[in-house]
Design a protein around this ligand. Structure first.
Ligand SMILES: Cc1ncc(COP(=O)(O)O)c(C=O)c1O
Length: 401
């Protein structure tokens, strides 16, 4: 007898333990719930509102029209011209020297680079240290690989706590995952914090996986140190980057991983088995982004600075209800709520249902995140204003504690 969609199943479907062990990201969950509620405004997902810059779009359209190969697979590691472009960018902007032939792989966004790296580094039962709050997807990636996330809380001002990290290291520690500038905290770790972490990694033979997706978005001061630029740490650092946010390319799915050749040879196997290559039109977009006029990045940065200022000013007006550490980078702020002792999931859900404002429950970002809401100020100024008007009304009006 054939089984149709309507016939009852005699056997329940069997899902791998590995997958049962992980959860959908809170960011996407909140967006899903919001899809069923009319008229929401979002301080939720970390997507800057900007459209992909026209010169990038035009360049891809021309390439697709004129180059018959532009819809085909590329080499697994990515187009040679793009890898050369990335290597040059890394040299100029971050003082990193990598061989574009053997130490770079273009991936399906930073996310695939992270997953391929975690799958390469982590075995069943291995421990990965997460200074937290942390980017929520790291947690699921570690669990998917069979590893154990070990949360080490950041300090009250979202700095690294080297002593606590030192205490968390065991013989099973395989990696630490660092997001710098930080999602969800907006923190920027100081160079000496990163250096002391890398020294620990060398001493205890684990790897620092550094996620540099927001490296371009630092409010005052220079781009943070990428430890792959320091020769002594090369074997202990895997650096992940993405063009998603910097060039408004979130949907194009292009990022990369940079690491010493012995790492890259193995990471490549996972990348090949997962994706074959990053989408070719997107690689052309990345090439146009890196080699084109950088004015678009400056313009988006300027706008994000205005959005950060608005978000902080609105939070300052609500100091009875929220406290926060002003963000130094990226476009997030973790707002600690002072008006409720309920879980962040509960508060975020009520805010969504009653005030129609999407925020992300801080508990989703691991230890240290509970009691907070993550607010993204990637949206337009009027969206941020509208969201805060609603929050203000909710807090001053009908909100029941
Ligand atoms: C810290 C961090 N890393 C990686 C990613 C993944 O970015 P993408 O896969 O679009 O490059 C994101 C996206 O929000 C992020 O915030």
């Amino acid at each position: 007898m054939t089984c149709t969609a309507h016939s009852p199943r005699s056997n329940p479907i069997r899902i791998s333990k590995r997958v049962l062990n992980i959860s959908p990201s809170a960011t996407k969950e909140m967006a899903l719930i919001a899809a069923g509620i009319d008229g929401c405004v979002s301080l939720g997902q970390g997507v800057p509102s900007f459209a992909t810059p026209p010169h990038i779009v035009e360049s891809v359209i021309t390439t697709l029209r004129e180059n018959p190969g532009s819809g085909h697979y590329t080499l697994q590691t990515g187009m040679p011209a793009l890898r050369r472009g990335i290597a040059e960018y890394l040299r100029l902007e971050k003082n990193i020297t990598v061989d574009p032939e053997s130490e770079l792989c273009v991936t399906v966004g930073g996310m695939e680079a992270l997953l391929a790296t975690v799958m390469t580094v982590v075995d069943e039962g291995d421990e990965v240290i997460l200074p937290s709050p942390t980017y929520a997807s790291y947690i699921e990636q570690i669990l998917l690989a069979g590893g154990i996330p070990v949360f080490v809380p950041l300090t009250k001002t979202w700095g690294l706590d080297p002593e606590a990290i030192g205490r968390a290291i065991t013989p099973r520690t395989r990696a630490i995952m660092l997001c710098n500038p930080g999602n969800p905290t907006g923190t920027v770790f100081a160079d000496d914090e990163i250096i002391s972490l890398c020294k620990l990694a060398v001493a205890h033979n684990f790897v620092v996986i550094t996620d540099e997706a927001y490296d371009y978005m630092v409010y005052d001061g220079a781009m943070p140190l990428s430890p792959l630029s320091i020769d002594a740490f090369r074997d202990n650092v895997i650096s992940i980057s993405s063009l998603s946010k910097k060039y408004a390319l979130t949907g194009w799915r292009v990022g990369w991983v940079a690491a010493a050749q012995p790492w890259m040879k193995q990471i490549m196997k996972v990348h090949d088995a997962t994706a074959i290559c990053s989408p070719t039109p997107s690689q052309f977009a990345a090439l146009a982004a890196l080699s084109g006029d950088q004015q678009c990045v400056a313009a988006m940065r300027e706008e994000l600075i205005k959005r950060k200022e608005l978000c902080c000013a609105r939070l300052d007006k609500l100091s009875k209800y929220f406290s926060y550490v002003p963000p130094k980078g990226a476009f997030y702020v973790m707002a600690k709520y002072l008006f409720s002792t309920a879980s962040s999931q509960h508060v975020a859900t009520r805010l969504l249902q009653e005030a129609k404002v999407i925020t992300i429950p801080g508990g989703a970002f691991g230890k240290g995140g509970e009691g907070h809401l993550r607010l993204s100020f990637g949206g337009e100024l009027q969206v941020i204003d509208e969201a805060f008007d609603r929050i203000e009304q909710w807090l001053n009006g009908g909100m029941q504690k």
